[in-house]
Design a protein. Sequence first.
Length: 195
Amino acid sequence: MKKLLFALSILALAISPSVARAQAGHEYSPLTESTVNYKNWALPSLTADKKEDLRALIAGKKLVMIVYFAPWCGNWKNEAPLAAKLYDKYKAQGFQVIAVSEYAAKDDVRNYFGKDGPPYPVVIESETREDKQKTAHYGYRQLTGDKRNWGSPWNIFLEPEKINAKGDVLTEKAFVVNGELIEDEVDKFIASKVG
């Protein structure tokens, strides 16, 4: 029995932090700069009967985190409180969070956020799981090396003062997180950009 416990202890020490995190039900991923060729969009608002234009939503901000999520996704449910916390902490300094819902009906997204609604703008890119490989989100994930099946959450950070003034492509390169945010890392990154 002692030999078995010793072997299990050695094995536990050998497991990388990312594997240990995945075993705990998380898909943490580091913040990396990637080529993404991120394009402007106009998508239906969750809370208003109109389309929201990304250029308009980010105007006047210092840093914008766009998070793609599926409301039924367990990893998004892990990250959602952190996204709200970071937004509350830095919004007065020019930080904006914009959430893009994927693979769920609009009513399901409304129900996810509850009667008070979302703390930041939410738009809808797709409403069915069958749309997965047809979304811009899927294409961006492929460009940045995200091999997860559904890719929720997927985060991209835009610096509005650095985006292209004209054309569909807002930025060729951006910082992305192919999974859940690592709180300390992202907190420091946001502080460095808005401080």
